[in-house]
Write a protein that binds this ligand. Sequence first.
Ligand code: 5GP
Length: 237
Amino acid sequence: MVHQIYAGKAKEMWTTEDEDVLRVVYLDQATALNGKKKDHINDKGKTNNAISTLIFKYFEANGIETHFIKKISDAEELVKKVKIISLEMITRNYSAGHFASRYGVEEGKKFTTPVEEMCLKSDELDDPAINASQAIALGIVTQAQLDTMWAISRKVDQLLTPLFEKADMQLIDFKLEFGTLPNGKIILADEFSPDNCRLWDTKTHHHLDKDVYRKDLGELTPVYQEVLQRLEKVILL
Ligand code: 5GP
């Protein structure tokens, strides 16, 4: 029987007739402050699905293996079933968000080498920061798995930074999630959209990501649609 296996803040996951395949439904919902701020946002689901589909296809075309199989409707896609690793892998090219607030620095400072951080995926604990030795001690990953995840994160950064530049956007930071296939192979999972990265317009430095919602800067969907239109011009698959 087909059933729901996960109801998240922005997505639902359902089983399918094929035990190796899951159906993802992108919701018209945005949350911030670990769910304390929550709103219905018209057309957000289909816009996120369109952006993430485009980027995941670009990853696959450039040798990065992902869970993505195909988009099946405006707000739905099929993905390979993986065991999600409970870590959020964050890469920062510029200071912003928690990096800026935690260390008391201005937003927008470019790093000579990207900053890499991890958080434990846990709503109850508010996604606390975690380092490699802590994640290994907790039995979440091995050092070899971490090395693989960071190698893929660096490839993603090297691939997307020039792509977004072509679309007049700076890739400020992003968060990736990974999963393991039944054979143990680690692949990229979750999504890539302005929900899990920061994008600034190169000229105006306006936010083109979820900070528009987090900081109450205006309507979210038109901003995401702008990102989609810019990406459609530069991703020619
Ligand atoms: P920060 O640590 O500054 O809040 O976030 C760094 C980057 O990771 C941002 O691009 C942010 O969108 C993403 N990020 C961090 N935590 C989460 C999370 O729990 N969910 C999502 N969707 N993105 C996150």
